[in-house]
Write a protein that binds this ligand. Structure first.
Ligand SMILES: Cc1cc2nc3c(=O)[nH]c(=O)nc-3n(C[C@H](O)[C@H](O)[C@H](O)COP(=O)(O)O)c2cc1C
Length: 321
């Protein structure tokens, strides 16, 4: 996986973004088997605690053995270099080669503690953290960040700091944390900032269809790595479409069916109680409300169902059985 990015050739390097609660190891494997098209995934973050740097369950989620179908980079959300190093060392023992540092999480509970995007107004802290981590970690390090906490110019102080360290890549989501996931991505800011970064840059944000991808790849010819989150949940065939492979409608629908069946079987096995299984499945289906032509009403109704047999019958009505 390391250094295998295809900067030199024409085909884009596509990375499945972390969406906590959805893109777990089971989803990543099922997606790779049923749709495919991604080169790599970034896992949702783990938060190391003093008592346990990383729980066995979280470690198993990102271990290479569990992620053979789609090589996966683990992500750590931390402001404490010592804890990051302890966690990274466990990840290395389990076979991981790369670790990502989350500098983008926008949630106030996180940013208030100067974690995630909460660190972006503090380039001095970022520098102190990386000075401790990078020489000691024994893994390649990548960073995922936003333009800033409140102000999109904060990144201008952060990029020179990142340039001082050996990093595998820098993933930029061109929004501020204050925007959360709303409003427009600031493509002008991305255009100004990306060339300032001496590391390979991964673009991330609001890629929803192949034509949108074409527009951005023409606008940013220097970018060959692209990360896609919500767009790939709504349309799991998006990575294939970007690679020029369009699925026939019946085939596409049948693959949604298989993805649903695979995730339902998994959650039924690992979760206790119908309510938890339905919550998880509804999390996935909430991305599909507008994805399946003519089924919007039925899907909205499905999302209200609280009983598993009725949920399954609702799915049969939408996708056929
Ligand atoms: C529900 C949800 C959970 C997310 N979890 C993570 C996460 O664990 N780590 C992370 O770096 N980004 C996380 N993100 C951000 C996405 O990875 C991505 O940066 C963002 O959605 C923009 O890309 P997109 O427009 O392609 O979805 C999350 C986003 C959402 C909506």
């Amino acid at each position: 996986m390391t250094n295998s990015c295809k900067d030199s050739d024409k085909s884009p390097w596509l990375v499945l973004a972390p969406i906590r609660g959805v893109t777990d190891a089971a989803f990543r494997s099922a997606h790779a088997a049923i749709f495919g098209g991604f080169d790599e995934a970034l896992a949702p973050f783990v938060v190391p605690e003093r008592a346990h740097p990383v729980r066995a369950r979280d470690l198993a989620e990102v271990s290479p053995g569990r992620n053979r179908a789609l090589p996966t980079v683990p992500q750590i959300l931390a402001d404490d270099a010592e804890l990051f190093l302890q966690t990274a060392s466990l990840l290395a023992e389990s076979g991981c080669k790369v670790v990502n540092w989350n500098l983008g999480c926008p949630h106030p509970m996180v940013t208030r503690r100067k974690r995630g995007a909460g660190l972006l107004p503090h380039p001095d802290r970022i520098e102190a953290f990386l000075s401790q981590v990078v020489p000691a970690v024994g893994l390649e390090v990548s960073v995922k960040l936003r333009l800033g906490m409140n102000d999109p110019s904060e990144i201008l102080q952060v990029i020179p700091v990142l340039n001082r360290f050996a990093l595998r890549e820098v993933i930029i989501h061109p929004r501020t944390a204050a925007q959360m996931y709303k409003g427009k991505v600031d493509l002008d800011a991305f255009e100004r900032v990306a060339p300032l970064c001496s590391h390979p840059v991964v673009y991330n944000g609001d890629l929803c269809d192949a034509s949108g991808f074409q527009v951005l790849s023409r606008r940013f010819p220097g970018i060959s790595r692209w990360m896609i989150g919500r767009g790939a949940l709504s349309d799991p065939s998006l990575a294939l479409a970007i690679r020029g492979q369009t699925l026939e409608p019946a085939d596409r629908l049948q693959r949604y069916r298989r993805l649903h069946d695979s995730m339902l079987a998994h959650y039924t096995e690992v979760l206790q109680g119908q309510a938890h299984v339905i919550d998880k499945m509804a999390g996935l289906w909430s991305y599909w409300v507008d994805a399946i032509p003519g089924k919007r009403k039925l899907i909205r109704r499905l999302l209200k169902i609280r009983e598993l047999d009725r949920f399954k019958a609702g799915v049969d009505q939408i996708l056929g059985d």
